[in-house]
Design a protein around this ligand. Structure first.
Ligand code: PLP
Length: 378
């Protein structure tokens, strides 16, 4: 059987053009960017240029872009770094459907004595503006919200959340890891203070992330060491990761509109087929045309279980995820599915489309899913 990868929300393959750009800095231009000689200077310039490219794609300033090891580090840094720079306030507000990068950081903050409020969501995964408004008090340090949910695809109405945070003059961190690559993000129009990004979600390298830090937002470094990146993020820069991040950003911009149409058509076509063949199939998150990540299907099948479904599909060379990649080996129900109150008798898989999927394969994909479901249904 032909291998079909439907797990692009977990990670994407490296774009060959990104690899070509990165390889130059692996073999030829290998200087340490902190070195004073010409080999160092040329690499230092490449990092500066990468910052400008990323900044341009966000309509931000290069001074506001900091490279790090990925979405997890960016988010840890935003929360822990901001808390260490502002020690008076002790309340952090987040949501019940965050990625573990935020959730587990918040658990650590609780152990350090912080009061963390996890905002509930409705059945489609939306938080309410009113809940956020009511949760903010005088002791509130910051708000951290996932913009596009990795498990169920919900895109929060971020403008509303920005409005509430501005009203209370509270700092907002946004996890934009899933949404970048699907939507233009114009930070000159959105009052977001900190934003996390990760290159491997948009055909860039793994282990390469960005924390956008709005000018004037004070945070402490997460990692102690040398004076790299203006004393904000110590350690010799991951030069090829950084150059790869920037190249992947440029490609996102070039193909954005075609990409969105492509993945949306694939997800919509597959869903239409499955919906007619499987009664009571449930699409988690919002409907396909309403504040939902494109090319993203979180599907729940009655009287089945997620792992049996995923394994049956794996045997047919169809690679999917059970919820988020980080929980795919655990049998406990995902916190996101709990938060939307999905009933117990459903098995859930996540199918996420990308650049290399083809419309011609949709019938075959549907057949493999339907037959796998028949095998595992109880
Ligand atoms: C929404 C979201 N936030 C954060 C992360 C973590 O990013 P990284 O894998 O770069 O650490 C992920 C990755 O799955 C994600 O989907």
């Amino acid at each position: 059987m032909k291998k079909i990868y439907l797990d692009y929300a977990a990670t994407t393959p490296l774009d060959p053009a990104v690899f070509n750009e990165m390889s130059i800095y692996m073999i030829d231009l290998y200087g340490n960017p902190s070195s004073v000689h010409k080999d160092g200077i040329v690499v230092r310039k490449a990092i500066q240029q990468a910052k400008q490219i990323v900044a341009k794609s966000l309509n931000a300033d290069a001074k506001e872009v900091f490279f790090c090891s990925g979405g997890t580090e960016a988010t840890n840094w935003a929360i822990k770094g901001y808390a260490r720079a502002h020690t008076k306030k002790k309340r952090i507000i987040t949501t019940q459907i965050e990625h573990h990068a935020t959730l587990h950081t918040c658990k650590t903050m609780e152990q350090l004595g912080y009061d963390v409020i996890y905002l509930p969501v409705d059945h489609q995964g939306f938080i309410s503006k009113k809940d956020l408004d009511q949760a903010i008090n005088d002791d509130t340090l910051m708000v951290s919200i996932i913009w596009g949910n990795n498990e169920i695809g919900t895109i929060q109405k971020i403008e509303e959340m920005i409005e509430v945070c501005q009203k209370h003059k509270v700092i907002l961190h946004v996890d934009a890891v899933q949404i970048f690559g699907q939507m233009e993000i114009d930070l000159s129009k959105l009052n977001i203070d900190m934003l996390s990004l990760s290159a491997h979600k948009f055909y860039g390298p793994k282990g390469s992330g960005v924390l956008y830090l709005k000018e004037g937002t004070k945070i402490e470094p997460l990692i102690d060491g040398g004076s790299q990146q203006n004393n904000y993020r110590a350690g010799t820069e991951n030069v090829y990761g950084i150059v790869g991040f920037a190249k992947a950003c440029e490609l996102v911009k070039k193909r954005l509109s075609d990409y969105c149409k492509h993945v949306n058509l694939l997800a919509t076509s597959l869903y239409e087929k499955l919906e007619t063949s499987i009664p009571d199939l449930k699409l988690n998150g919002p409907s396909l045309d309403n504040n939902r990540l494109l090319g993203h299907l979180s599907l729940s099948f009655p009287h089945s279980n997620s792992h049996d479904l995923a394994f049956a599909l794996d045997a047919k060379d169809l690679y999917v995820s059970t919820g988020s990649a980080c929980t795919s080996t655990s049998i406990t129900k995902s916190h996101v599915l709990e938060a939307i109150q999905l009933e117990e008798h459903y098995g859930t898989i996540r199918l996420t489309f990308g650049l290399h999927n083809e419309l011609n394969d949709i019938d075959d994909i549907a057949d493999r899913i339907i037959s796998s479901y028949q095998e595992v249904k109880n």
